[in-house]
Design a protein around this ligand. Structure first.
Ligand SMILES: Nc1ncnc2c1ncn2[C@@H]1O[C@H](COP(=O)(O)OP(=O)(O)OP(=O)(O)O)[C@@H](O)[C@H]1O
Ligand SMILES: [Mg+2]
Length: 206
């Protein structure tokens, strides 16, 4: 039987693949039309390479990060690769996901992306979905909320963050070449980040 973490990664992969053309079309507007293809290729490799029956969440996330790093390419491969590998360090040896564990893993993932990408909030990147999601998640947990409730808040904040990327100019990555002309377009990486969180939420609430 496949482990829970494997099944969750498979759901993330399925959602990314369903949205491949959408993500690529977003990247066509402000980039080089490869984000959906990059991410779908990466997750096809993830479901092949991550061991199906190992319940260690950290081990699965580490393999995911290494696989994304070597198969996705572009800007997003190293960034998502780093995110999963940093989350893996936090959840090494864990077989069940707690509300606090997810908070620490998401926080480490965000910090890893910021360091690797030399990027901050407000630059029209995946961070504009992930940082508000982390803040909303943490606020709900601190108020005594459960993991599923906090994930609901995180997803709502991520979706708002995605909408916000339409209103700002890109200052990082390929889209930054367009400067002000990137305004009005939704960031593909923020979109794939929100899709990822949505898949995790739906998996946990199943
Ligand atoms: N420095 C950065 N920090 C955080 N996110 C970034 C950064 N640069 C790019 N991104 C994210 O990566 C997404 C683009 O990913 P994609 O897979 O299309 O790579 P790419 O930009 O085409 O790579 P390359 O330009 O190297 O070919 C953007 O939408 C943005 O969210
Ligand atoms: Mg691209």
């Amino acid at each position: 039987m496949a482990s829970r973490v494997y099944d969750c990664l498979a759901l993330i992969g399925a959602r990314i693949t369903e949205n491949r053309d959408f993500l690529t079309d977003l990247d066509r507007e402000i980039g080089d039309a490869d984000h959906g293809a990059n991410m779908a290729r990466g997750f096809a490799a993830v479901v092949e390479k991550v061991p199906r029956d190992n319940p260690d969440i950290g081990a699965a996330l580490k393999k995911t990060g290494m696989t994304l790093l070597s198969t996705v390419g572009g800007a997003s491969g190293p960034l998502y690769g780093t995110a999963y590998m940093e989350a893996a360090k936090v959840l090494s040896g864990c077989e069940t996901l707690t509300a606090q564990g997810f908070a620490e893993a998401l926080s480490a993932a965000v910090a890893g992306i910021q360091k690797r990408g030399k990027s901050v909030r407000g630059e029209k990147t995946m961070l504009d979905a992930l940082i508000p999601a982390l803040e909303a998640y943490t606020a709900r947990i601190d108020a005594g909320g459960s993991l599923p409730d906090a994930l609901d808040d995180a997803c709502a904040a991520a979706d708002e963050g995605v909408a916000y990327t339409r209103t700002i100019a890109a200052t990082k990555g390929r889209a930054s070449y367009l400067g002000e002309r990137s305004i009005g377009h939704q960031d593909p990486g923020a979109t794939s980040a929100a899709i990822t969180l949505g898949a995790i939420r739906d998996f946990i609430k199943e």
